[in-house]
Design a protein around this ligand. Structure first.
Ligand code: ADP
Ligand code: MG
Length: 641
């Protein structure tokens, strides 16, 4: 590798300039977080060095005592944050400081609203990191040398945060990174020993490395000034302390540090497991979903420590994917320090730690479910949590109990009803849990399939998340009761069935036989069968899936996801009481009968949120019908602008 020595000026990625502007404008009321962010980076760099040194001791360069130093100079108006961690090479500075490599960056920018309040929340979630320096500084100088690189390969980076930065090689024997903040006039309050110590205590007490400030005293006798190093923070791993020794504030600050969150978490779980397996877990459930919850490459997750040494981030083996919103750390004594991702994949200890953590999280959610907080949890993470029904068959029953739904009980779009609530309200003689899935809450709530259920006062769960299609096929039973989609198969109300209704339908079937045949002939390519139903009270027709066929909306979902599969035609059910059906009995004009049959089918499809194959044709037919009603020609001409 050739070493650049020339001083060069480079441009920031446009996103960074954008981010800088946003940050400075939306975080000015919370300036002090710059210190937390820079200390957090220094701590990360020290952990990284300690980890890399496990397999290459020479990286310590004879100095294994890792610390973070904070200094300030009131006259020069500077604050310096220094570490003897891993440091950065020139390339790394360009990669890490000049670009945002974070996954989901694009998504982050897309989610910005322009509303400062909301955007500052987002910035918090994104992690403000190194650039938060510019909240208090109008110029930042970063000097760094990566462990084991020659002293001549040290680098100096400098920027005023306005689109460009300069980079040059310098000579530096000290390993690690030093960041000099040239403090703006309106941030002068931080050029104070008291203010800095206070901020460190507040945000960074839990950092496991000593954070050192110099303490100046005078020896009266000798009339000498003595400068001593003084450790400001507690410098112990928070999770190693017992719960009673940790305050809520300390837990919260620790959470914010590891989760890059601005808000306090919704719940925390701190456990020490002893016995055959020994590990400590400190886990948190955030109060807000991160903007990249749905990004498969998102890097959050649990941090793995082995005997207090940080090993790796976002370990996907420690948490099943449906709990991917949980943040925290696991520290175990039972794994070797040189454990790799590959080893973790097939590791019995990891499997048992994971099973243990899942149980803890489920218990915590079970307690939370008794409080108001659960609504927040469900709003933020319910859709992800539902994946557990499919992913985690071992805990299916517990997960099912934690699910929340909307239902016809109150038509509330906010899902607050549990399966137990539903069962508690079941009618005498009802032995099934009825649900409907549709694309969107309104489509579910207004579905014609619900007519008979509403009439009889039988509650139906209204499912309208994408995942619900899968849920419906995986959660077939709860507490000894079958879950039944009301858009599938013959209507079966069990003991709730009205014999009179049934008789009526049978009678109507006989009576309407010729019409059923005629409709079937017309819709031959579109439906599997035509039959009479008593599930409808207002609508003339609806579509149902065959008992064994896939649910219609699941089929649409798969198709929209690009899956090709044989189409299974639905069954069209008609309401014998409906005037249109009654009128069809006497319809002799074949073309008109044809149009009516097609309109019935298209309407039924539309009302369950489906898409017409030929919308223009539908509109034509409808207009023909209107025209055939006569008199339209006498009406004034409708103009639409
Ligand atoms: P994050 O810490 O979330 O990665 P930051 O903006 O805080 O984001 O930091 C960006 C990157 O810059 C870090 O990931 C790291 O690679 C590098 N970095 C920042 N500060 C230091 C430091 N003190 N020592 C070594 N590398 C650092
Ligand atoms: Mg950082």
């Amino acid at each position: 590798m050739t070493v650049e020595t020339e001083k060069e000026t480079l441009g920031f990625q446009t996103e960074i300039t954008q981010l800088l502007n946003l940050m400075i404008n939306s975080l000015y009321s919370n300036k002090e977080i710059f210190l937390r962010e820079l200390i957090s980076n220094a701590s990360d760099a020290s952990e990284k060095l300690r980890f890399e040194a496990l397999s290459n001791d020479s990286l310590f360069e004879g100095d294994a005592e890792l610390k973070i130093w904070i200094d300030f100079d009131k006259d020069a108006k500077t604050i310096t944050i220094r570490d003897n961690g891993i440091g950065m090479s020139r390339e790394e500075v360009i990669d890490h400081i000049g670009t945002i490599a974070k996954s989901g960056t694009q998504q982050f920018f897309k989610s910005l609203t322009g509303d400062q309040e909301k955007d500052s929340q987002l910035i918090g979630q994104f992690g403000v990191g190194f650039y938060s320096s510019f909240i208090v500084a109008d110029k930042v100088t970063l000097i760094t040398r990566r462990a084991n690189l020659d002293s001549s390969e040290a680098v100096q980076w400098e920027s005023a945060g306005e689109g460009t930065y300069s980079l040059e090689n310098i000579d530096r024997t000290q390993r690690g990174t030093e960041i000099i903040l040239h403090i703006k006039d309106d941030a002068g309050e931080f050029l104070s020993d008291y203010r800095l110590r206070d901020t460190i205590k507040k945000y960074s007490d839990h950092i496991t490395f000593p954070i050192v400030m110099s303490k100046v005293t005078t020896d009266e006798e000798k009339d000498e000034t003595i400068i001593e190093d003084e450790v400001v923070n507690a410098a112990t791993a928070l999770w190693t302390l017992s719960k009673s020794e940790i305050s809520d504030e300390e837990y919260t600050e620790f959470y914010k540090h590891i989760a890059h969150d601005f808000e306090a978490p919704l719940a925390r779980l701190h456990n020490k497991v002893e016995g055959k397996m020994e590990y400590t877990s400190l886990l948190f459930i955030p109060s807000r979903a991160p903007f990249d919850l749905w990004d498969r490459n998102q890097r959050h997750g649990l941090k793995l420590y082995v005997r207090r040494v940080f090993i790796m981030d976002d370990n996907e083996h420690l948490l099943p994917s449906y709990l991917r919103f949980v943040r925290g750390i696991i520290d175990t004594n039972d794994l070797p320090l040189n454990v790799s991702r590959e080893i973790l994949q097939h590791n019995k200890q990891i499997d048992s730690i994971r099973a243990g953590i899942v149980k803890k999280i489920l218990s915590s959610l079970e307690s939370m479910a008794k409080t108001d907080k659960y609504a927040t949890f469900w709003k933020e993470f319910g859709k992800v949590f539902k994946e557990g029904i499919i992913d985690d068959t071992n805990n299916k029953e517990r997960i099912a109990k934690l699910l929340r739904f909307s239902s016809t009980h109150d038509d509330n779009p906010i899902p607050v009803i549990s399966l137990d609530d539903y069962i508690g309200r079941m009618k005498d003689g009802q032995n099934k849990i009825y649900f409907i899935t549709a694309e969107g809450f309104a489509a579910a709530k207004n579905s014609p399939h619900l007519e008979i259920f509403r009439k009889k006062g039988i509650e139906v769960l209204l499912l309208s998340d994408q995942i619900d299609e899968w849920l419906g096929t995986h959660l077939t039973e709860f507490d000894g009761k079958n879950l039944q989609s009301i858009t599938k198969g013959q209507l079966d109300l069990g003991d709730l069935e009205d014999e009179a209704d049934k008789k009526e339908a049978e009678k109507a079937t006989d009576e309407l036989k010729p019409i059923l045949e005629r409709i079937k002939n017309v819709l031959n390519d579109k439906v599997k069968d035509v039959r009479v139903t008593y599930r409808l009270t207002n609508s003339p027709a609806c579509l149902v899936a065959d008992e064994h066929a896939m649910d219609a909306s699941l089929e649409r979902l798969l198709k929209s996801a690009g899956q090709s599969m044989p189409t299974s035609n639905p069954i069209i059910e008609i309401n014998p009481q409906h005037p249109i059906i009654q009128a069809l009995k006497d319809e002799e004009d074949e073309t008109r009968f044809n149009d009516w049959s097609n309109i019935l089918f298209d309407q039924a499809l539309l009302s369950e949120g489906g898409q017409l194959e030929d919308p223009a044709e539908f509109v034509n037919r409808l207009n023909n019908m209107f025209l055939s009603l006569g008199n339209l020609s006498a009406s004034p001409i409708l103009t639409i602008n």
